[in-house]
Design a protein around this ligand. Structure first.
Ligand SMILES: [Zn+2]
Length: 304
């Protein structure tokens, strides 16, 4: 469920109803039902505000099926529980029992659970536990309040507290959930990677790799510090490779052996390589082969 809107209409300071004392300790929230038929939450807020010198009793929040009204700051004492300790240590929620049946009442009680979770989160609690940080008015004074929930309407007290905990967990989760680690990629196939590097050397450099160079290329590929596209481009377009060939056409043929492990086909590709004499750069030819689905297949076979 989405957030419930919290409206503020604070009881004026220094009035009979709002003495301004700070809570002595944090014992979480105390749940009440207002016992006032036909009154939505806003009526209770206005009543506390307008009659601020008419009575000492007060409560922090009133909630109904659509919204919350806050009348006292979270850290101030309100006289709601009938006991000094309850008043000095808990934040009061009154559920507006405009009606105590049907969708209205279900939603109001559900919103009260959300509100209890929200208050507990503001005060740093991570789990609601009855008589530690969530209380019935009844726990303090023995009054039959919250009356409907105490009879299981629309849910039992235990189910209500469980609902508070669900909301609380959801409120806490987004900030503290660890970012899942990406699934480790399997290592590329060592034999195929070694064969690939050997072929790049043989075809484009006309020699077997020196051990240091060979190990450096193979390890970089196995550790995925390089991918086959980068490694092939670096070797095939190295000064040593380009300096190997007398003719650019022969150099082009070597590309097919090095990158794809085969000869260029006679009809299309050899003719295409002739263009190396004219309008295509060597880099464009290399990138053309590296960009082909055939080379992607070569890379995929190795595990890239
Ligand atoms: Zn009460």
């Amino acid at each position: 469920m989405a957030e419930v809107k919290i409206n503020e209409l604070f009881v004026p300071k220094g009035t009979k109803r709002r003495g301004g004392k700070k809570l002595k300790k944090d014992n979480g929230v105390c749940v009440h039902e207002a016992g006032t038929p036909n009154a939505p939450a806003v009526n209770h807020a206005k009543n506390q505000y307008n009659n601020c010198n008419a009575a000492v009793n007060g409560w922090h929040f009133t909630v109904d099926d659509v919204e919350v009204w806050q009348s006292f700051p979270l850290d101030e004492v309100a006289e709601h529980s009938g006991k000094r300790e309850g008043n000095d240590t808990t934040v009061a929620i009154e559920i507006a029992d405009k009606v105590t049946t049907g969708e209205y009442w279900q939603k109001a009680v559900d919103n009260a659970a959300w509100l209890a979770a929200w208050i507990l989160k503001q005060k740093g609690h991570t789990k609601a536990v009855h008589k530690q940080n969530i209380w019935q008015h009844n726990d303090w004074s023995g009054k039959d309040c919250p009356k409907q929930i105490r009879k299981g309407n629309p849910v039992s007290w235990a189910a209500f507290v469980a609902n508070v905990n669900e909301y609380l967990a959801a409120m806490i989760a987004p900030a503290s959930a660890p970012t899942p680690a990406p699934a480790p990629q399997p290592q590329p196939d060592k034999v195929l990677v070694e064969g690939f590097v050997t072929r790049l050397y043989a075809a484009s450099l006309d020699r077997a790799p020196d051990p240091d160079g060979f190990n450096a290329w193979v390890n970089a590929l196995l550790n995925r510090a390089l991918d086959p596209w980068q490694a092939a481009r670096d070797i095939v377009l190295s000064d040593e490779s380009i300096g190997q060939r007398e003719t650019t056409e022969e150099w082009g043929k070597e590309l097919y052996r090095a990158l794809l492990g085969r000869e260029p086909d006679v009809d299309g590709e050899q003719g295409w390589l002739v263009r190396l004499y004219t309008d295509m750069s060597r880099i464009a030819v290399v990138d053309g082969i590296l960009g082909s689905t055939e080379f992607s297949g070569v890379a995929a076979a190795m595990g890239f």
